[in-house]
Design a protein around this ligand. Sequence first.
Ligand code: C2E
Ligand code: MG
Ligand code: MG
Length: 450
Amino acid sequence: MLIGVIVGLLFQLMKTNTSKQLRLSFLETKTGLPNLNQLRYEINSLTNGKKDFSIMAFYITNLLDINAYIDYSIGEKSILKAIEKLESTFGKQNVFVVSMDTYIVLFQGASLEHTDAIAEQAVAMLTEPILINNFTIRLEVRCGILNSPLYGNSTDALLDELKITLDKSKKYSQKIMVFSEKMVEQKKQKLEVITALHDAIQNDEFYMVYQPIIHIPSGEIRGAEGLLRWNHTNIHMGPGEFISIAEKAGFINEITKWVIRHSVQQIRAWQDAGMPAKIAVNVSSKDLSNDSVIAYAQECVETSRIDPQSLGFELTERVITQNETKIKTLLRQMQAIGIGISIDDFGTGYNSMIQLVTLPITYVKIDKFFIDHIEHEKYRIVITEIIRLAHNLKMEIIAEGVETEQQLRLLKEMGCDNIQGYYFSKPLPEKEYAEFVASYQENFMSRITE
Ligand code: C2E
Ligand code: MG
Ligand code: MG
């Protein structure tokens, strides 16, 4: 009998636990709200029942800031207030939680075509200031809407579309964004580009072009900037665009390593051919989040037995402002190896002056923007000051994007050290670059010496 009672109790316990687990798998523990599983279930039922409905997603953009700058408990309380407001507007059973900062609302009813206006009101309500423990909190909210009739043909497709819409509203800082079919097409195209870009190394679609950098006082070629090109049958994209995609998709390191390997091999080949052999390559911020790219550069330099000073890295100010302490250490590491560092697009970022005094920099590249406006006196004053500053700090200047004789003349008068730009040459593939170098003295040098 005793055994029977124990087994009975155990069975009862198991049953309550299972139903608790089952319930929990449909509820988010912190907020007690129905979660994504429940949302999927509800969407399935509505679609199966051929019901008309819209879906809205609300994302709280400043929750992390509230948590970081004020306090977790204030963050939590403001979220609970927001949930209360959503529940009282849309009904408790229609509000679902995705994560602490993202909530989804299912919306059925006669006024489906007015969803935008309803979302507008909801956003206004959520962003009203709230007083918590003497702090006035104002939540910032983005909203994505899938309007009825819905376009996706499965629950997952609908949730995907909602995410695309919400991501767009975040990206463009637009309070409310309504889904359109175009967004799915754009996302598809983006994924195709990412996949193609990811395979570009393997498919041998990358190549380098080189743009000469000319030393003004001697009139000689100082070296070149190495710039990456992608040769794909259908996708035609410049490096400004595809580099940023590779950064976001998380494989920029492999591309940078490819660029470094090719540039080092190119330096070796030019050195052997008795050509000026110096190449500066561009690195992005993600390349400096750890030291693997620098270690790789060192390895390439050693294997190819080139002078480390013939390799340079160009970093934009933006690269440096992110994770400054770590980057400072890495730059010193590069300096120790002998790799020169240029600040690219100088004058367009935030911390220019600080970087000039705190980092081991060899070249300052004045951005093309300043050169484009060099005929105006104000710009000339700024350029002259940058040149003077760099010289006092024992750095050299490279003017970027020099296209005309007049720009060159003015820069020469101002004491600029080097120029780079279409006035001498566009970035050229290896063979054309070698031809440019071979014919330089005869055809181009007089442009600078006379
Ligand atoms: P950047 O490093 O500032 O490179 C200079 C850009 O200005 C190059 O564009 C070059 O072709 C262009 N340029 C040079 N002289 C002139 C001129 O006289 N007139 C005009 N209109 N343009 C001129 P490109 O090759 O399209 O590269 C754009 C940007 O893409 C580069 O700007 C760099 O930030 C990035 N990039 C290129 N290759 C790489 C790479 O291998 N790795 C990384 N991380 N970024 C790269
Ligand atoms: Mg550059
Ligand atoms: Mg530049």
